[in-house]
Design a protein around this ligand. Structure first.
Ligand SMILES: NC(=O)c1ccc[n+]([C@@H]2O[C@H](COP(=O)([O-])OP(=O)(O)OC[C@H]3O[C@@H](n4cnc5c(N)ncnc54)[C@H](OP(=O)(O)O)[C@@H]3O)[C@@H](O)[C@H]2O)c1
Length: 274
């Protein structure tokens, strides 16, 4: 896609995720005049315009001037936004929903017939350009629409395509996933404190170990088992720790935890069914 073919993008609800997307798109070479956003509070709107040089608009203007409308409000704020969007949006727009748990059928019911919708489950590392986003087409979204969304979100991380029926699993894995890693890092830092290290040292050791391990996983393409075995020498220190992790059921706890997140995501999604 050449620069001239790139669609104008409006972010509806420029909170944490919306701002992360806007700043990522600018960092990826988009011009401020190709972007716009809507916000409820004038103060927040001025703050973003001053920071990024992007104009704040109302929903009707966004629907008229932008080809891609990225919905980034909290799921509980969706109804009033759809009330505003429905009379303004046309079939040549593409609606991209970043809202956890909201099915494409909700938008299709509320917006004019034929408006294409792509559902996305992103995650917070979008703020550092390292998001994992899973995208699913609604009834009217074509391969071209998916390609537009892939290109858009590819600027702020990686993108995979999944059927919409798998979005609850995605939510449980990569949507909530960063929180699991933060939890593990927090516990490992505490272990350093337990062993008498200063907190700052413990933090540095663990955070850099996490960055290093993640980079090895991403760059080498090696299976995690292979990488772990490479640092697990016979009767060494690592195997002693692994035995304790297995004794305490950490693997089973992760399976149960992620299944619980999946069940909760399904339960929240049922609130928006027909
Ligand atoms: N953060 C995450 O980890 C994450 C991960 C994956 C997906 N998501 C999804 O991303 C979406 C946004 O999450 P967030 O964490 O960025 O929330 P957030 O920081 O609360 O941002 C939402 C923004 O939308 C504004 N807003 C609400 N209704 C509006 C309307 N009718 N018109 C214009 N602006 C409106 C809100 O303004 P007010 O301040 O007035 O409320 C707020 O600034 C959610 O649907 C969430 O499910 C988030």
């Amino acid at each position: 896609m050449t620069n001239a073919d790139k669609p104008t993008i409006a972010v509806l609800g420029a909170g944490k995720i919306g701002e992360a997307l806007l700043s990522g798109l600018l960092a990826g070479g988009r011009r401020p005049d190709e972007l716009m956003f809507t916000e409820r509070h004038g103060e927040r709107a001025s703050e973003l315009t001053n920071r990024y040089g992007i104009r704040a608009v109302d929903v009707a203007t966004a629907a008229k001037d932008a080809r891609v409308l990225v919905v980034a409000v909290k799921p509980q704020d969706i109804e009033p936004l759809l009330d505003e969007l429905a009379p303004a949006v046309g079939g040549d727009s593409l609606v991209v929903s970043l809202c956890a748990g909201l099915p494409t059928s909700l938008y299709e019911r509320r917006l004019p017939d034929g408006v294409p919708v792509v559902r996305v489950m992103p995650n917070t590392p979008m703020v550092v350009g390292e998001a994992m986003s899973a995208i699913s087409p609604g009834r009217f979204a074509t391969a071209d629409h998916l390609a537009v969304v892939e290109e858009l979100l590819g600027v702020v991380g990686l993108v995979v395509r999944v059927p919409e029926s798998q979005q609850d699993a995605v939510t449980a894995l990569s949507g909530s996933g960063p929180a699991y890693f933060f939890f593990l890092v927090e516990a490992m830092i505490d272990a350093g404190i337990l062993l008498g290290l200063p907190r700052a040292v413990s933090e540095k050791l663990i955070i850099q170990s996490a960055v290093g391990a993640a980079t090895m996983l991403a760059r080498t393409g090696e299976h995690p088992v292979t990488l772990r075995e490479a640092v697990t020498s016979p009767a060494g220190t690592t195997i002693m720790a692994i035995r304790e992790l297995e004794n305490h059921g950490v693997r089973a706890a992760l399976l149960a935890a992620i299944e619980a997140a999946h069940d909760r995501s399904q339960e929240l999604g049922r609130q928006h069914e027909d």
